[in-house]
Design a protein around this ligand. Structure first.
Ligand code: FAD
Ligand code: DHB
Length: 400
């Protein structure tokens, strides 16, 4: 069996794994990334679209922001729509100058893959039978097959960046971790279409028929989501039905209509909140969706993954630089504080905007009161804007 040696073995070439590898490289620390999918698959998988200010700043500062600066769409506000009326939340003004950038996750992935390969980094795509071993001790190992050949990576640490369905979290002995979970009785049906977005800013719409979100991927590509059943059958949703339902859920007194165009992609995502505590076991460190999932309403998942690996790269850099274990030991606590803040925000946005079945309409009335407050009381709007544009990387009381 071929054995490769490196300092940090990273499982997963999503945003978490690739950025970790890139940040470690900038610190002079070698890593190998192992990924089950093909390069094309990870570079085309359409998921998140909203980058917080801090995420953009980190990508820029680490030298992978060139295309993001050119093609990313900077948004200073969002619209909350309810009772057939739009209400703008001016995030820029409310936060003293912060903004979000609409730039697709798979574009971030493309930029990171490009940077890693340019800098001589190793990403082993199309690995199968990936398993991790001996991470309780000082010499962890990763085993996998590639092109039918068994291989092994011997390393000092493992970065478990393999997403929610990966193998890292389940490889930790039962009883060492605690899980917190909440599933929602709905999902999102998402489409990407060749149509000019009907609004320059994102619209989050609360409607009696269910939540809808209007977003974009470029000035000529619309991205939109509809609340649906978690197991919704896509076959029951021909394009025409999707456009009609979107028009209904975005309707305003002024007669708002979406621009229609060919639908390129369609998918259903169930929604859940999930947290693993701690995010570390021995020399295995979980980061991103491997450790936690948020419902997408707050646009936090990718941003949390970035925040995790920023801390992990620093902690590993301190260990290799000075031998100090302090930051590695604090890794989980530092990350979990932000994770729980994002869980709260994502849960709050989700419960304010989605339709909950059953009951006598109490929940809907309660949501309208909450939306009324957020769109008229400055303190409430500031809270939304601060959380949406992203909390500072160093939370109050922390300086790394
Ligand atoms: P992933 O992106 O899941 O990457 C994990 C990688 O590991 C994958 O490439 C996978 O193939 C690989 N892998 C899995 N198993 C193995 C294995 N055994 N061995 C090797 N490799 C393996 N977040 C936001 O911040 N903003 C948004 O606007 C937003 N919108 C979203 C909309 C939708 C519809 C969805 C589904 C998600 C959204 N998210 C959003 C969440 C965001 O996409 C995720 O949080 C993000 O992908 C997490 O990155 P990650 O690197 O941790 O995991
Ligand atoms: C997008 C996804 C989100 O979850 C969100 O809250 C906003 C935008 C998007 O894919 O564009």
């Amino acid at each position: 069996m071929a054995t490769l040696h490196t300092k940090v073995g990273i499982i997963g070439a999503g945003p978490a794994g690739l950025l970790l590898s890139h940040l470690l490289h900038l610190e002079g620390i070698e890593s190998i990334v192992i990924e089950v999918q093909t390069r094309q698959y990870v570079e085309e998988r359409n998921r998140a679209g909203v980058l917080e200010q801090g995420t953009v700043d980190l990508l820029n500062a680490s030298g992978v922001g060139e295309r993001l600066r050119r093609e990313g769409l900077i948004h200073h506000g969002i619209e909350l729509r309810f009772n057939r009326q739009g209400h703008r939340i001016d995030m820029h003004e409310l936060t003293g100058g912060r903004a979000i950038t609409v730039y697709a996750q798979h574009e971030v992935v493309k930029d990171l893959v490009h940077a890693r390969l340019r800098d001589g980094g190793q990403i082993l795509f199309e690995a199968s039978q990936v398993s991790i071993h001996d991470f309780e001790g000082d010499s962890p190992r990763i085993r996998f097959e590639r092109h039918g050949e068994p291989s092994e990576v011997a390393c000092d640490f493992i970065g478990g960046c393999d997403g929610f369905h990966g193998i890292c979290r389940p490889s930790i002995p039962a009883g060492a971790l605690r899980f917190y979970e909440k599933t929602y009785p709905f999902g999102w049906l998402g489409i990407t279409a060749e149509a000019v977005p009907a609004s320059h800013e994102l619209i989050y719409s609360n409607h009696e028929r269910g939540f809808a979100l209007l977003s974009m991927r470029s000035p000529i590509i619309t991205r939109a989501y509809l609340q649906c059943r978690p197991d919704e059958d896509l076959a029951a949703w021909p394009d025409e039905r999707i456009w009609e339902e979107l028009d209904r859920r975005f309707e305003t007194c002024g007669g708002f209509r979406l621009n229609r165009g060919p639908v390129d992609q369609k998918g259903v995502t169930p929604m859940r909140s999930f947290v693993t505590e701690p995010m570390q076991y021995g020399r295995l460190f979980l980061a991103g969706d491997a450790a936690h999932i948020v419902p997408p309403t707050g646009a936090k998942g990718l941003n949390l993954a970035v925040a995790d690996v920023r801390i992990l790269a620093r902690a590993l850099s301190a260990w290799y630089g000075t031998g100090s274990e302090q930051l590695l030991k604090q890794y989980s606590d530092i990350c979990l504080r932000r994770v729980w803040r994002a869980q709260h925000f994502s849960w709050w946005m989700t419960s304010m905007l989605h339709r909950f079945e059953g009951g006598d309409g109490f929940d809907h009335r309660r949501q309208l009161a909450e939306l009324d407050q957020v769109t008229t009381l400055r303190a409430a709007a500031v809270t939304l804007a601060e959380n949406y544009t992203g909390l500072p990387f160093d939370l109050p009381g922390e300086t790394l």
